[in-house]
Design a protein around this ligand. Structure first.
Ligand SMILES: [Zn+2]
Length: 312
């Protein structure tokens, strides 16, 4: 276990966009700001004869490695929905995992687990956690309200959205791009269990792990399920795989009109908005499953994801 340093305890209460890394005081280079490999650089007006511009790079541009740092950022700063995003980078190369809790306020297993995950230091790569995404809904223990909007039906969101959750969706997408997030785990609860369901619907998604479109579909969700199910002895409680690639949304389509399906605007659509990202939606069943057990299973899913990504 590493020695906690002074910078571990630095709390940076800065507004969105103003976050400074405790480690070095500058933001990491963004993926889209990286210089292309030297072999593909062309200078206008200067002919190159050693490598034609059309030559593809031999290997993908490596991702930047943010310096070791721990900090916080406020999303929707200065508003009633202001909420804390925690982030920790190990200083070592590796994937970046983002964990969302409290997207729906009456699903406590998700936000209780996310709050604990926020204290886990990644051994490689990085870990970004938004424990109470819809902070007002969590405080009032309701799914959400009409005035707040449903975050899980509003991706990719917009800074101009009249709904606070529409603006939050845009800030989550922006953070995922800024920090090159590889995987999003969105922790939810449903009522009944998916296995043995009497009908389909969002009330019958308990114990499911759904992987959206992205480079790690379907392998990561499948591997998480295998790992966690190895610890579950009751058949009813076993996690079930769902394919979320149909939940892809087309960012050019804009907001769906009245009566149109919004299923393409859940967190499972994030892979269509952030290059290289794979979203995974986790639902635990509330029916006859104590809150401590639901929270524990969410923690096991998060732990398995970190181990499989090589950042635990
Ligand atoms: Zn939910």
């Amino acid at each position: 276990m590493r020695e906690p340093s002074r910078r571990d305890f630095l709390k940076l209460g800065l507004g969105a966009g103003a976050f400074a890394f405790a480690g070095c005081g500058r933001e990491p280079p963004r993926r889209d700001a990286l210089a292309p490999p030297a072999s593909t650089v062309t200078v206008p007006g200067i002919a190159r004869d050693d490598a034609p511009p059309s030559t593809p790079p031999l290997s993908p541009t490596p991702k930047p490695v943010p310096p070791q740092s721990r900090g916080e950022r406020l999303l929707l700063p200065g508003t009633p929905s202001e909420t804390i995003l925690t982030m920790e980078f190990s200083g070592k190369a590796g994937p970046v995992l983002m964990v969302l809790g409290g997207v729906h306020g009456n699903e406590p297993g998700g936000w209780l687990a996310a709050e604990e995950v926020a204290s886990w230091p990644p051994a490689a790569g990085g870990l970004i956690v938004l424990p109470r995404a819809n902070r007002i809904a969590v405080a009032n223990f309701v799914r959400t309200t009409e005035e707040l909007g449903d975050l899980n039906r509003l991706y990719p969101g917009s800074p101009e959205s009249p709904l606070p959750m529409g603006r939050l969706a845009a800030e989550i997408v922006a953070a995922a791009r800024e920090f090159n997030v590889d995987v999003v785990l969105d922790l939810h609860e449903s009522w009944a269990f998916y296995n043995g369901r009497s009908q389909n619907g969002t009330a019958f998604l308990g114990q499911t792990v759904t992987t959206g479109i992205g480079p790690r579909n379907p392998s990561l969700g499948r591997d998480i399920i295998a790992r966690v199910n190895g610890n579950i002895s009751v058949e009813r409680d076993l996690l079930v795989e769902r394919d979320g690639s149909a939940f892809r949304s087309d960012p050019t389509l804009g907001a769906p009109g009245p009566g149109q399906s919004q299923r393409g605007r859940s967190s499972l659509s994030l892979g269509g908005h952030v290059e290289g990202l794979t979203p995974i939606l986790v639902e635990m069943g509330q029916k006859d499953q104590p809150i401590a057990r639901r929270t524990e299973l969410h923690l096991q899913v998060a732990r398995a994801a970190m181990e499989l990504l090589g950042i635990a």
